[in-house]
Design a protein around this ligand. Structure first.
Ligand SMILES: Nc1ncnc2c1ncn2[C@@H]1O[C@H](COP(=O)(O)OP(=O)(O)OP(=O)(O)O)[C@@H](O)[C@H]1O
Length: 258
């Protein structure tokens, strides 16, 4: 087991709980999609898991190590929601400086670090951007660079907050395939916060559906259903299955508000 969350409870303001009695676990090689309405608490859940926010009750353990606030656990690669900020670094430097131990100018990265960064950038299809300044990138390109930066440390738990938000269709599919491959090849665990049920169906083994009063967690196909979309999002939907490359693909069409 890579991640365990045991009885996690969190509130920003006393008496207004956002997360109640959260329990789940993730094994190596598994991806879990976190879904729910805007403002329901998905980012808060992720921040509690990685130790940016303190659980009020309960705890999360990553490979047997209990997370503590302000004490980053080795082995987590966390990529927050994309914000367009100014970085004077080149793409390669941005990725390489993400490597633990190279965050200061005193610990200059070596040839091997740059070779690793190039390899990751190549796998992500953004090798051609390597010498470009991060200031010159689009929001989607910058998001991919941040994911490359998280991967350079070979995390055991990769946590991605809406990684596909700014990507075009091609890059969305490319990113989903990359996440799936990285997770399976390295037997790591991954949490992806997404607003796309089709993406959850495509790559996630588990789905965590967060509601106002409760949550559902389990096998994606059992959690991501028309009924749960109606209950947790207030939307009528229609799901359709077809075969592609020997795989059963499920897609949802969203019809109307309840
Ligand atoms: N630092 C904070 N202090 C107080 N309340 C906060 C804070 N951050 C978030 N909230 C509130 O907590 C709730 C959950 O926010 P969160 O960002 O976790 O939602 P989310 O499900 O990730 O939303 P979205 O899908 O829109 O990104 C919201 O009502 C939000 O306003």
């Amino acid at each position: 087991m890579i991640l365990e969350v045991h009885n996690g409870c969190f509130e920003y303001f006393s008496g207004r709980p956002i997360l109640k009695n959260i329990m789940f676990h993730l094994d190596g090689g598994q991806i879990m999609a976190v879904m729910g309405r805007n403002g329901i608490g998905k980012t808060t859940l992720i921040k509690c898991i990685v130790g940016i926010l303190p659980w009020n009750e309960g705890f999360s353990m990553i490979e047997e190590v209990r997370s503590q606030v302000n004490k980053p656990i080795k082995g987590i690669g966390y990529v927050p929601q994309a914000h367009k900020v100014s970085f004077a670094y080149s793409v390669r430097d941005m990725v390489v400086f993400g490597k633990a131990g190279h965050q200061t100018y005193l610990a200059a990265p070596g040839k091997n670090d740059y070779a690793l960064a190039d390899d990751i950038l190549d796998k992500m299809g953004i090798y051609d951007l390597r010498n470009q300044s991060c200031n010159e990138l689009s929001g989607g390109q910058l998001q991919l660079v941040f994911i490359a930066r998280a991967l350079i440390n070979s995390p055991r738990l990769l946590v991605l907050d809406e990684p596909e938000a700014h990507l075009d269709f091609r890059n969305q599919i490319r990113l989903l395939n990359l996440i799936k491959n990285v997770v399976l090849e390295n037997k790591i665990a991954c949490i992806i916060n997404t607003h796309y049920p089709n993406h959850a169906m495509r790559i996630a083994d588990k789905c965590f559906l967060l509601g106002e009063h409760d949550y559902r967690v389990g096998c994606t196909a059992q959690v991501m259903t028309e009924e749960n979309i109606r209950t947790y999002f207030g939307v009528h939907s229609y799901s359709h299955q077809f075969q592609y490359n020997g795989e059963t693909i499920t897609t949802f069409a969203f019809l109307d508000e309840v």
